[in-house]
Design a protein. Sequence first.
Length: 47
Amino acid sequence: MNNVTQKIGSLLAALAILFTTATMNAACNFIMYQDELPEEAKKLRKF
């Protein structure tokens, strides 16, 4: 059971990094509000 939990945790961490990298250069689709990015996320920008 512990091995399965570790694999799921690793998968979720990889998906979080992938999602952050994919959305770094995208603007918010909503008109009213866009969150400020953390400094760690700014390192993933492509330009």
